[in-house]
Design a protein around this ligand. Structure first.
Ligand code: 5GP
Length: 117
């Protein structure tokens, strides 16, 4: 069962951040990394993650400082601008077992395109 109480740095996104496994970079700054989902659910499906270790949205909103949180959300806007998503997009984050979270490193899914479910 997924554990979002204690950060496990062997999760797949931690390995991506350490370059132990490859990813298709979409955007990066000092605190945020964004890359294409390996199993896209829409024409554009990007995962946006903080470089710092947070297990979930709940962990991030409880424990990241306000500046860190603001910078994270601003980066999403920058990514949308970079990808020229002028006509909109969807942001989702799954939290824990009942939210369908599979990777225990906080992430947003950014989805855009006609195939959104
Ligand atoms: P969650 O279910 O945790 O909200 O979403 C995890 C997402 O990570 C899924 O959409 C899944 O396709 C994606 N994913 C899982 N493993 C990898 C990987 O090794 N590389 C990439 N780029 N995406 C992955």
């Amino acid at each position: 069962m997924i554990n979002i109480e204690n950060y496990n740095d062997e999760n797949i996104f931690a390995k991506i951040l350490r370059n132990e496994i490859p990813s298709e970079k979409v955007y990066e700054n000092d605190h945020v990394y964004a890359f294409n989902d390996i199993n896209p659910q829409a024409k554009i499906h990007v995962l946006i993650i903080p470089k710092a270790n947070y297990c979930s949205f709940s962990d991030f909103t409880e424990n990241a400082n306000p500046t860190e949180q603001a910078n994270f959300y601003k980066s999403i806007k920058e990514i949308a601008k970079k990808l020229e998503l002028k006509d909109g997009f969807r942001l989702t984050t799954n939290i824990g077992k009942n939210g369908g979270q599979e990777v225990p490193h906080f992430h947003f899914h950014l989805l855009c395109g006609k195939n959104i479910l």
